[in-house]
Design a binder for this molecule. Structure first.
Ligand code: HEM
Length: 129
């Protein structure tokens, strides 16, 4: 099965397992990097975090499907996040946190092939300047 189909399948099964993974994703990100939590202090209603996660999910799906527009969005966000104090490699921790949450949600259903397809996808995104 091609990587694209594998990634899509993990998205569908994660959505079945959890309608709103955003809180889990931020818990995961802040567990890795507690220093990122205060960056969102101004986001009192969670609106920025919600919209950021949505953008990330669309970006992951878009790159998996070969959508050039999502590569441009990632590139622009990579640049703008420098202004929020998020450095080069740190930006990609958000995508890694999403992968980790999906892996947890799928539990024993998560296969070695799915691990590989996600590693490929995250590597492709990390290579977007
Ligand atoms: C560890 C990684 C990241 C951190 C710590 C982070 C942090 C932030 C912060 C603090 C803001 C609010 C900025 C402000 O309004 O002053 C923000 C906004 C945003 N981030 Fe991230 N970000 C990360 C990764 C990403 C990634 C990978 C994407 C996806 C391309 C992304 C997309 C966005 C978008 C679209 C917004 C604007 C949301 C809105 O206001 O509607 N971020 N981010």
């Amino acid at each position: 099965m091609p990587d694209t189909d594998i990634i899509l399948s993990t998205f569908e099964r994660a959505a079945d397992a959890c309608a709103d993974p955003a809180p889990l994703i931020y818990d995961r990100l802040f567990a890795r990097r507690p220093d990122f939590r205060p960056l969102f202090d101004m986001d009192t209603d969670g609106g920025v975090r919600g919209s950021m996660v949505q953008t990330c999910l669309e970006a992951l799906l878009g790159v998996a499907e070969g959508a050039g527009s999502q590569r441009v969005i990632i590139s622009a966000a990579r640049f703008s996040h420098g202004g929020y104090g998020v450095e080069e490699g740190e930006f990609d921790l958000m995508f890694a946190s999403i992968r980790d949450v999906f892996r947890d949600l799928l539990g024993s259903g998560w296969s070695a092939r799915e691990e590989e397809a996600w590693a490929n996808l995250l590597n492709r995104i990390a290579a977007i300047p």
